[in-house]
Design a protein around this ligand. Structure first.
Ligand code: HMG
Length: 380
């Protein structure tokens, strides 16, 4: 039975900061950000937007492609930016999407790797329950301390994917190469909202994990590197994917897969699937029946190399114009506003800022996050 991604959509904030502006205020050379790191802009998230609101926006678009959302009986929310150590962020998505009550919901965490873990779990679940559909949501907002080397690689986005049999976008293949090792290359203690990292160690371990997992994948699948038509990499910044690509594989479609990420910034768990969407949306050639390799990396660290075959007719399931429009429609944030949003000194939740999707975080009351539809009586 073929199982894989049947529908996919993404969302990001309504606001962005130009890295030219950041470079100017940090007295850094813009060429370092643009050429050395490979980034042009980063999404900035106002206080009324969080991992839940962007996840709802991405999910309503992914679910709209299904004949019946009642087929979803498992929702896995992958994130490392959670604001609650107990309640799953997925439960808010479940409520606003009005999914059936007879549906399992939970969050999953392992840095940027968690959405791949969710995808692989979803594949096994559908193999066991062929009539079921699984909703995999990856949503992250990345924050580093100001004036650190990580600052120009901040960003965020949500990707929602429906995993089902006879998928209309991509069939997941059975083989993987996996590598887990205990390393402190990037982490976020629960009392901090900004991630900490060791820049050189993280880049070193990413590339080392790529070598190990690719070799294990090729050995397990009995394929050659030339059997891959393209590879999507976890892209914390575009130069990282370019370095990876140089090390392993001459991928003529690489730049198409990096267009969205260069404007959004690091979206952690969502990043590799943003690359997939960027590749599919921005490649004019028909990629139907092509084999795509995926290198998923989550600091700490767990890495996996796996592959999938693009379905014939996949273009009918995409919305490239509206994806590009969503990015183009973002409003540029002045530097002072970026600083006040990131330091949390702008109003905790205010109507001053727009939301990208139908739901806003309107207040935090008695430590409870209160979300509301922007248009009352909205039915997704
Ligand atoms: P850095 O130490 O500031 O940068 O950190 P650098 O000095 O190594 O310079 C970067 C590149 O810019 C170099 O090129 C320089 O030569 C070049 P390279 O040697 O790499 O080819 N450069 C210039 N180019 C043109 N004009 C100039 C100029 N100056 C320098 N004037 C780093 C850079 C990206 C590491 C930093 O942004 C960082 O620490 N980021 C956070 C950690 C990170 O993203 N690590 C990536 C791997 S780990 C990962 O992917 C997991 C993660 O997503 C988290 C998770 O799993 O949850 C982060």
């Amino acid at each position: 039975m073929k199982v894989g991604i049947d529908s996919i959509a993404f969302s990001t904030s309504k606001y962005f900061l130009k890295l030219e502006t950041l470079a100017l205020h940090r007295r850094d050379d813009y060429e370092k950000y643009y050429i050395g790191i490979g980034q042009k802009q980063m999404s900035v998230f106002p206080p009324n937007e969080d991992i839940v609101t962007i996840a709802i926006d991405a999910t309503q678009k992914a679910v709209a492609m299904l004949p019946d959302k009642n087929d979803i009986d498992l929702l896995i929310f992958a994130t490392e930016s959670s604001f609650d150590l107990s309640k799953s962020a997925g439960i808010y998505v479940h409520r606003f999407l009005q999914l059936k009550e007879n549906c399992r919901v939970f969050d999953l965490k392992q840095a940027c790797y968690s959405a791949t873990a969710a995808l692989q779990l979803a594949k096994s679940y559908v193999k066991e329950n062929p009539r079921s559909k699984v909703l995999v949501v990856a949503s992250d907002i990345v924050k580093y301390l100001p004036n650190t080397s990580g600052e120009p690689t901040q960003g965020g986005a949500a990707v929602s994917m429906i995993v089902a049999k006879d998928p209309r976008i991509l069939t997941l293949e059975p083989h993987s190469g996996i590598h887990t090792t205990d390393i402190m290359d990037f982490w976020r203690p629960i009392y901090k909202s900004e991630a900490l990292f060791d820049n050189k160690l993280s880049v070193y371990n990413y590339l080392k994990s790529l070598n190990i997992t690719l070799e294990r994948y090729l050995e397990a699948s009995h394929l050659n590197i030339s059997d891959l038509d393209c590879v999507c990499y976890h892209a914390p910044f575009c130069k990282m994917a370019r370095k990876a690509n140089q090390q392993t594989f001459k991928n003529k479609f690489l730049e198409n897969s990096l267009i969205y990420g260069s404007l959004i910034g690091n979206s952690c768990s969502a990043s590799i699937y943003i690359c997939l969407l960027s590749l599919l949306d921005n490649t004019p050639e028909d990629l139907g029946e092509k084999r795509i390799g995926f290198f998923s990396y989550g600091s700490g660290s767990v890495a996996e190399f796996f592959s999938g075959i693009i379905s014939a007719g996949y273009k009918e399931m995409l919305a490239p114009e509206s994806n590009r429009q969503m990015i183009e429609d973002r409003r540029e944030t002045p530097f002072e506003e970026y600083e006040s949003i990131f330091s949390g000194t702008s109003a905790p939740v205010s109507r001053k800022y727009q939301n990208v999707g139908p739901v806003a975080l309107v207040k935090i009351e008695n430590d409870k996050r209160i979300y509301e539809f922007l248009c009352p009586n909205k039915n997704l």
